[in-house]
Structures are given as C-alpha cells and as structure tokens.
Design a binder for this molecule. Sequence first.
Ligand SMILES: [Zn+2]
Length: 144
Amino acid sequence: MDTGRALARDKFHLQSVEYAAACPACGAAARWVAAHLLWSGRPRWDTEYSCAACGSAAAICGVTPDDALRERLLAANGSTTLRVPASAHRASVMRVLRAVLGLGLAEVREALERALAGRLTGTRPEMEQLARALRRAGVAAETR
Ligand SMILES: [Zn+2]
C-alpha cells in the first residue's frame, strides 16, 4: 500500500472487500470491489466491477448495501466496537443513538446498554460516525 492510499484509508476510515458476483452486462462471474468510508461525516458505499468475459467495467457510487455485502465487508475487515465510558451521561448517549441510528425508544435503551458494555459493533465508518456525534455531544466515545 502506498503512502497516499494509507493516508486516505485513515482519514476516511476506508474499508474495502473484493468478491465475485454476476456481471450486470453479460451475467458472467465478474470481479467486484466495494469500498465503504466515512464521507462528509456519513457512512457511504461505492462499488465497482470489471468483467473478463465481456470487458465491461463500471463504478457505482453511493449505493445502498444489502445485508450480504455488509456481512462480506465485516468478514473481510472485522467489526469495530464503540466504547462509551461508564460515567457517560445516559440521556446524551441515547439522544445521539436515536438521531444517528433512527431507533425507537425500546431499541435505543438496548443500544445504550450494549454501548456501555462494549458490545455495540459495526463497520468502522458506522462506529466512527457514532463516536464523532457522541463527542460533539460531550461524550468521550472511542472506537476500537
Ligand atoms: Zn460481462
């Protein structure tokens, strides 16, 4: 990995995964790469493919990942854990979790317990988005 790429990975919390899936043009097995990053403070997914069978290739930016793609990325990169100090102001944490994750009241209580127990995990851009929002709300959150 060259230095420029390493810096970009760090700055945007970039994660990527390569996989085989059908070519949209001819249906043969094509090589796909998905990149997941924190862009303007929000998690974003881009994909690109190239097909050896028909020669087509394209980049598709700003896609909505399906569960399979997200699982594939997590399997390739490992999951990231959000750390919230036990002394954190509960209502502030819940407000941020609700706003960022769009959770209902029951779900947000469960997410709060998981965050306090160090069991709230996801992709690095997802957890970094939460940690940043929490720090803006005065909570010393970290990712690991
Ligand atoms: Zn093709």
